[in-house]
Write a new protein. Structure first.
Length: 140
């Protein structure tokens, strides 16, 4: 369904990262802490790559989602145009982690963001930067 107050993207609650209707999804939930948008989660075994280590693609998915969602929550309908992820250390399966994102720059139709994935001890496991393009027309 399209959000009546915002043109652009269609949300149907089936997003792999945050959709509550997707039985195989991550079911991430979010909150604001000051100017940062935050997601706490514990990676399940289904999302591992190597033994007891979260798959790098899923790490990238979480970082993409937290950067996209901060825009969505601010009323900006945008899609990822470019993203760079730096994996710094393994993310253990079954242990809490936190993703945090901020908007760093706003241009006419382009928003720049940054995110980090923190382990329970506060160390940085991954970082990301993203460029997001505003979408004015419904995608279907």
């Amino acid at each position: 369904m399209t959000d009546p107050g915002r043109p652009g993207l269609v949300a149907d609650n089936y997003c792999f990262a945050c959709g509550p209707a997707n039985p195989k999804g991550l079911h991430l939930t979010f909150r604001f802490e000051g100017d940062a948008y935050v997601c706490d989660f514990t990676p399940a075994k289904e999302y591992q790559g190597w033994d007891d280590i979260m798959h790098g693609g899923i790490v990238a998915t979480v970082l993409d989602e937290v950067m996209t969602r901060i825009l969505w929550e601010k009323g900006i309908s945008a899609m990822t145009a470019e993203m760079t992820v730096r994996l710094k250390k393994p993310v253990p399966i079954g242990r809490p982690a936190t993703a945090r994102a901020r908007i760093t720059e706003a241009r006419k139709r382009l928003y720049l963001t940054e995110a980090e994935l923190l382990l329970a001890d506060g160390s940085v496991a991954a970082t990301a930067t993203g460029k997001f393009l505003v979408v004015d027309q419904p995608t279907r």
